[in-house]
Design a protein around this ligand. Structure first.
Ligand SMILES: [Zn+2]
Length: 419
């Protein structure tokens, strides 16, 4: 809804640099390796809906096509069934904002021009910087860095991805860590020491935290396992004996608690994926409330819970209210659902001290889709804050402060970007 305050909120967010509080953006090098891009691959999450519409892997959609005309016909068939979803609308916003799409939809008449514009711009050597720095005006992107990989500090601030630590009962990931550190893992304590050494290497190079996305494949619930119990399990694994699913979970839980302890000691933040998964995801396992034993046991660890825990955003709001060590992160959310984003933010603003709401995380692969996501985010944030002032007795001043805090200041403070 248009109003002077909504415009002022938008102008406030446009006037400052945004901290992208969760990123997977392709590096400059990866981007130009993939270029020229097209309407068929300049996309982020719509592939999941392609899969859900067609019942086949997204790569198969264009199998056997020799021309973009043929590919367009296939895509058009999917769009006839699914162009309503937010994952697709995200692409439309990018096409409109950066590639001259003049219309509300991609059609037989305009797809070609958009496709040509993408192909042309994505090979321009200045385009990547123009989009990330010029258009998006990002202060930094807090990016997931897989084990042993590097990042470009010009664009990114690192968060080390930690799922491999949960897999160290297996020889292959264990071997890679041993090789990287040039040290042997012979028991549980040398295993924990090795994890700590790797995290320390990244911390020394500027990483500000660690991340787990185990909710994609197991429950977020974990409990403290004693070192004695974990040792017995780990030694079985070292001897090459089979572990039961319960034993594997116990080992993982031990490592998860160890990681939370490590964060308390080092000041690193602990980012955790919660909520939304992919197709066939086991939804209830991703409920952030399942993290309570971990959060309660680590009161001086700062937890950063992603994706608004959607659809458990209300639960996450109360988690944020009751647990002063929990930050609530809107990463990915606006392209999942703008309406769900508005509802989540609106409730959280009533519940949670504003400095613990991280209002934007792009969570996409291509810079162009960061920009489209940011436009959707600003629109939702402005909608919510305008409404809180008009209806819910929030002061105009507090709303303008919150806009700045959610897109910039909270990220700077939380990740310690100024220090
Ligand atoms: Zn992510």
């Amino acid at each position: 809804m248009a109003s002077a305050l909504r415009d002022e909120l938008l102008a406030t967010m446009e006037s400052i640099q945004t901290v992208d509080c969760h990123s997977h953006t392709a590096s400059r090098e990866q981007y130009y390796e993939a270029a020229p891009l097209s309407i068929f691959n300049l996309s982020s999450y719509f592939f999941r809906d392609i899969e859900s519409v067609t019942g086949m892997a997204p790569a198969k959609l264009y199998e056997g096509c020799n021309t973009d005309e043929q590919r367009w016909q296939r895509l058009k068939g999917v769009l006839a069934k699914a162009r309503n979803v937010s994952y697709w609308r995200h692409n439309i916003v990018a096409f409109q904002a950066l590639f001259g799409l003049d219309g509300e939809d991609l059609t037989d008449d305009n797809w070609h021009a958009v496709n040509d514009a993408i192909a042309e711009r994505s090979v321009d050597p200045g385009w990547y910087d123009y989009v990330t720095e010029g258009v998006c005006n990002l202060r930094t992107q807090v990016r997931n860095i897989p084990w042993f990989e590097d990042w470009e500090p010009r664009y990114f601030t690192a968060i080390l991805r930690m799922e491999p630590a949960l897999e160290l009962w297996q020889p292959e990931p264990r071997g890679r860590l041993e090789e990287h550190l040039d040290q042997e893992i012979s028991d549980l304590s040398s295993c924990a020491q090795a994890i700590g050494a790797l995290v320390e290497q990244y911390r020394e190079r500027g990483a500000v935290g660690i991340k787990l996305a185990h909710a994609y494949r197991r429950t977020l619930h974990s409990e403290r396992v004693s070192a004695v119990a974990a040792s017995v399990i780990f030694e079985r694994a070292l001897r090459g004996e089979r572990l039961s699913p319960a034993q594997i979970k116990q080992f993982e839980d031990y490592v998860i608690f160890f990681l939370a302890d490590l964060c308390a000691q080092t000041g690193l933040v602990f980012d955790i994926h919660t909520g939304v998964q992919g197709n066939w995801g086991r939804v209830p396992e991703s409920d952030p409330v399942l993290l309570l034993p971990l959060i309660h046991a680590h009161r001086s660890t700062r937890f950063n819970l992603y994706h608004a825990g959607y659809p458990y955003s209300r639960e996450m709001g109360i988690l944020g209210k009751h647990c002063p060590n929990v930050w609530l992160n809107m990463a990915w959310m606006y392209v999942i659902t703008m309406e769900g984003s508005r509802q989540s933010l609106s409730e959280w603003i009533d519940l949670v001290p504003g400095f613990r709401i991280l209002g934007f995380g792009s969570d996409v692969g291509w810079p162009e889709l960061i920009w489209a996501h940011l436009l959707m985010a600003r629109s939702c944030i402005a909608d919510v804050l305008e409404e809180k002032v008009r209806r819910d007795f929030l002061s105009r001043d507090a709303a303008l402060d919150l806009a700045r805090m959610m897109v910039r200041d909270n990220g700077v403070d939380f990740y310690g970007l100024d220090s």
